[in-house]
Ligand binder design. Structure first.
Ligand code: HGY
Ligand code: MN
Ligand code: MN
Length: 408
């Protein structure tokens, strides 16, 4: 059986993690920043050195293609290398670098697969700087138009299109021009399940639904000392009440429901001024679409009730909304088969996090392979996966891809 060079994979992860490295061992490479560019340049350099035919498309997705014996639709793997501001070194990077390690192993073994093999790096999976998340893969599958994606702007009003141009990744290729035979994404779980249950491989059956909304609340700034409570129109109070409400709601709904107020900005943000403006985000997720809709409705009702009582205006902007996605059952079975064939322990599970794979399922049979995240930590510089687990996941990916690459 073709074996990967685990140490080389770990070395590549370290090299990439050194770009945008931050205190505590993580990395910060927000989409389309100079750090993201530097990471892209490093990966493209590796792709070229491996003899891959590299294309960059108009949303900045990078695809490295390894020719097959026959000019058939490729078997594709990949993920993202952009990170959140407090990113770890495995989220996304692991899936891309395992794909390149598979190419290295095939090159060294002199193996030419029947189908071409493609490794993809999708733009702005995180959605931390520009929304929606999974933007590159969403454009790739035709989920949003290129112009709409290019027009997405960050908090400073800088657009995706301008940043792609600035970093030299506004590529000529048409997004989605290559329709894969199948897509398999290797990723860390980013949650606690595999680590708690001491299971080596997560056989991912689905990705939960995601609902991102940004609220802009307008009240009246006033003196913190002289303004009686009865006269206040406190934008910050509404934001705080929503945070408490969504947390209570998630506990009450139970099941897979989660809710987060991740970003919050008050203005004028001064100790002795009642805030007249609050801009905050609400991230709701559930594996069940009906329940996710219920949660959204409960939050909206709460906001209008408090806004009325506090006499503040609220504007809502949907930043991302994706229904739950079910992966291709036959391909999920093959992931489970190959993991067990390597005597690895497995368990089927949904993904709590969003992934490019959830978009690729619109285009071709898609599945994901998870490896454990120690203590379930992710989007945190302390994100960690044991070397043996990283190696095991990559070997499962290789074996699944070899099987797919020889399918007619
Ligand atoms: O938010 C997510 O689940 C992903 O990291 N974009
Ligand atoms: Mn990721
Ligand atoms: Mn992430």
């Amino acid at each position: 059986m073709l074996r990967l060079d685990d140490r080389r994979l770990l070395g590549a992860l370290d090299d990439l993690a050194s770009i945008g490295a931050i205190e505590g061992g993580g990395c910060a490479r927000l989409a389309l920043t100079d750090e993201d560019k530097a990471g892209r340049d490093l990966v493209v350099g590796w792709m070229n050195a491996l003899g891959l035919a590299v294309t960059v498309d108009a949303i900045g997705n990078v695809i490295g293609m390894r020719a097959g014996r026959e000019n058939l639709a490729p078997v594709m793997t990949g993920s993202h290398i952009d990170t959140v501001r407090t990113g770890g070194r495995y989220d996304g990077n692991y899936g891309v670098l395992a794909g390149l390690e598979i190419v290295r192993a095939l090159n060294e073994a002199g193996v030419t697969t029947r189908r071409p093999i493609a490794v993809g790096v999708f733009t702005n999976e995180e959605g931390a700087r520009f929304q929606p998340d999974m933007m590159g893969s969403l454009v790739y599958v035709g989920g949003i138009g290129l112009n709409e994606a290019h027009a997405a702007a960050d908090k400073d009003g800088v657009s995706v299109g301008d940043e792609l141009r600035r970093i030299g990744y506004l590529g000529p290729a048409k997004p989605g021009a290559v329709k894969p035979h199948a897509f398999v994404e290797l990723h860390i779980e980013q949650g606690p399940i595999l680590d708690e249950e001491k299971v080596q491989i997560g056989v991912v059956e689905s990705v939960q639904g995601i609902s991102w909304t940004e609220y802009t609340v307008t009240g009246v700034s006033n003196h913190a000392g002289t303004t009686p409570m009865r006269l206040r129109r406190d934008a910050g109070y509404l934001a705080a009440s929503v945070n408490l409400f969504v947390r209570k709601l998630a506990w009450e709904m139970g099941g897979d429901q989660v809710a987060t107020v991740g970003s919050l900005a008050l203005r004028p943000n001064l100790i002795n001024v009642v805030p007249n403006r609050a801009v905050f985000s609400v991230d709701l997720r559930n594996t069940d679409e009906a329940k996710l809709k219920q949660a959204e409705a409960r939050v909206a009702a709460h906001i209008s009730e408090v806004a009325k009582a506090e006499r503040v205006e609220v504007e809502a902007k949907v930043l991302a909304r994706f229904e739950p996605v079910i992966f291709d059952a036959a391909l999920v079975d093959r992931v489970e088969h190959h993991a067990r064939a390597l005597s690895l322990t497995t368990r089927r599970m949904p993904s709590g996090a969003g992934h490019d794979a959830q978009m690729m399922q619109r285009l071709c049979p898609t599945a994901m392979i998870f490896v454990p995240s120690v203590a379930g930590l992710s989007h945190n510089v302390k994100e960690h996966t044991e070397a043996a687990d990283l190696a095991a996941g990559a070997q499962v990916l290789l074996n699944v891809m070899l099987e797919l690459a020889d399918q007619c």
